[in-house]
Design a protein around this ligand. Structure first.
Ligand SMILES: Cc1ncc(COP(=O)(O)O)c(C=O)c1O
Length: 362
């Protein structure tokens, strides 16, 4: 990997704002590697800055772009840790295959994450709930207007020192008309077009006082899928239920971790078809006591109510239930280093990426 001579200056001259928010403050360094002539070149850590993109490029005209999202944690860790980055590497390559983009070697993916996290180390916030949010993305840059795949690509890692995306509880609205993903589409991969397509319903939900739409299956609008950027769980009669990976929802890293943690503390977990009307009845009869959403950005966020567009609201008995809280705490304790990493989920950032080996932060 090469390092731009101005990369370290960019870090040294940077000041963190007092209010971080989520994804608003961008770290002053980024990682870039380009693909051309059938192979990936050498990675470069460089100061964050604008890119020059040809107006005829595939990404601008045909949305040949995919991304990932994961976090680097400090809090109680002596050395910065990434949470299950190999899962993101695998998912990126599944997204790449779906979009006719080249496979990115896991070593390059990790190199990019490690370089940015290590250089931005002084900027990684240290309070619980805070982290360096990492955003890897890959897009096709060939300038050619015919519909077809690009023959050259750019992979970037940018980063944002952030707080958790949502504080407090979520209110979600059932989306009975719109569709996020249909069978045979791209719902199970992290393709940017999925998010553009979900924006209308998401912003309509926000305008109506909800945080997110609750998406249903495309063919019958009957079974729950997920939220726009989070997976969905409910507690029914003391057991945890979540929509099965149907091929149209994103297999979340957090979803997988929640299932593992729940089983570890003796809670039965069912990955199954979850019918929305049945669930609403179970909320009314108080058999369904808790609901929560999970994802890298939000961690685990309790859902306090599920609404319909006609104004009907189904309030959960537990606004922020005990199992939701317990799982959230267990996950955060591992991510932030308060308990041993029993599942071997954390990856230490290699020391050699640190520009100053004698730094007090290392
Ligand atoms: C559509 C969708 N579902 C679920 C998730 C949660 O996935 P993860 O836990 O890997 O962040 C995300 C976030 O990446 C998402 O965009």
């Amino acid at each position: 990997m090469n390092i731009h001579p101005k990369a370290l200056d960019a870090i040294e001259n940077f000041e963190l704002p007092e209010k971080l928010g989520f994804g608003q403050t961008l770290a002053p360094v980024m990682y870039r590697v380009d693909y051309a002539n059938g192979r990936w070149g050498e990675g470069l850590l460089l100061p964050y800055g604008e890119l020059s993109i040809d107006p005829a490029s595939k990404v601008l005209n045909y949305a040949q772009v995919i991304f990932e999202g994961l976090k680097a944690y400090r809090v109680e860790h002596v050395q910065t840790k990434l949470f299950r980055p190999q899962m993101n590497a695998g998912r990126l390559n599944r997204s790449a295959a779906r979009m006719l983009m080249p496979d990115l070697p896991e070593s390059l993916f990790i190199e990019g994450l490690a370089a940015v996290s290590a250089y931005a180390d002084p900027l990684i916030p240290r309070l619980s709930g805070q982290s360096l949010y990492l955003r890897p993305l890959m897009f096709g840059t060939q300038p050619a207007l015919g519909l077809g795949t690009s023959d050259r690509f750019t992979f970037l890692v940018i980063a944002s020192p952030s707080e958790a995306v949502i504080a407090g509880t979520l209110r979600v609205v059932v989306e009975r008309e719109g569709t996020r993903a249909a069978r045979g589409g791209t719902g199970d991969v992290k393709v940017s077009g999925n998010y553009g397509a979900s924006l209308h319903a998401t912003m309509t939900a926000v305008d109506s006082g909800f945080n997110q739409p609750l998406w249903l299956d495309a063919s019958e609008h009957r079974y729950i899928e997920e939220l726009s950027v989070m997976n969905f769980f409910v507690m029914i009669d003391g057991e945890l239920h979540t929509p099965e990976l149907s091929g149209t929802i994103l297999p979340g890293v957090t979803r997988d971790s929640v299932i593992t943690l729940a089983r570890d503390i003796g809670i039965s977990v069912h990955e199954r078809k979850l019918e929305i009307n049945l669930l609403l009845e179970l909320i009314q009869s108080q058999q369904c006591t808790e609901a929560f959403a999970c994802g890298t950005a939000v961690i685990i966020a309790p859902i306090s109510a599920i609404g319909e567009k006609d104004g009907t609201i189904y309030e959960l008995v537990e606004e922020s239930g005990p199992i939701t809280q317990k799982l959230r705490q267990k996950l955060l304790d591992i991510q932030e280093g308060r308990v041993p990493d029993r599942f071997n989920w954390l990856l230490s950032i290699p020391q050699q990426y640190h520009p100053q080996t004698d730094s007090a932060n290392v």
